[in-house]
Design a protein around this ligand. Structure first.
Ligand code: HEC
Length: 154
């Protein structure tokens, strides 16, 4: 009896572990997650050299700029539909990689993708930052990358 209680407790603990490990997304964000695959061609943080800034930093920057989810979603949607230098919040990647091509995917798909980008939690791009720290760069930017690396990757 004692053994039985112990093993069912273990099973419960295991179940709650997996439930917690799986991210809970809204239905809209779940759709966006699949549609986001097209973006990973450039925004995958595994790419070396990078073709685009990792989404970890983009999400952070857009959340700082736009207080509400609605404003975040709308800003991402309109940038992706027609990127411009003026609208870009991150000027450095534009200088280094050029402006991203337009993806006029339609309001619904853009809304799904942007909702996913708002809700999900991205892993910190430690390999990307490690790579960036190896190449020479301006001191201010280096310090920022080093700061992120120390905070999230150590
Ligand atoms: C062909 C490569 C490529 C693809 C595919 C791509 N991007 Fe980008 N993206 C870039 C590059 C390069 C930048 C950095 C320069 C810039 O901001 O335009 C960027 C920057 C961004 C930014 C930040 C803009 C800012 O304010 O500075 C957002 C948001 C973004 N991409 C979203 C997306 C989404 C969503 C998709 C998929 C629908 C996507 N990208 C697909 C190359 C790409």
């Amino acid at each position: 009896m004692k053994y039985f209680r112990f093993s069912s407790l273990m099973v419960l603990m295991l179940i709650s572990f997996f439930v917690e490990a799986k991210e809970t997304l809204s239905e809209t964000a779940e759709l966006g997650k699949a549609q986001f695959n097209v973006c990973l061609a450039c925004h995958s943080q595994a790419l070396n050299p990078a073709k685009a800034p990792p989404m970890f930093g983009i999400q952070n920057r857009y959340k700082r700029q736009h207080g509400s989810q609605a404003a975040f979603v709308s800003a991402i949607g309109s940038f992706v539909e027609s990127p411009t230098l003026e609208a870009a919040l991150m000027k450095r990647p534009v200088r280094k990689l050029g402006l991203m091509p337009a993806f006029p995917l339609g309001d619904e798909v853009l809304n799904n993708i942007a909702t996913y980008l708002y809700e999900t939690t991205f892993d910190p791009p430690c390999d990307h930052w490690r790579q960036a720290l190896k190449s020479p760069g301006k001191d201010g930017h280096r310090r920022q990358v080093q700061g992120n690396y120390d905070k999230f990757c150590k």
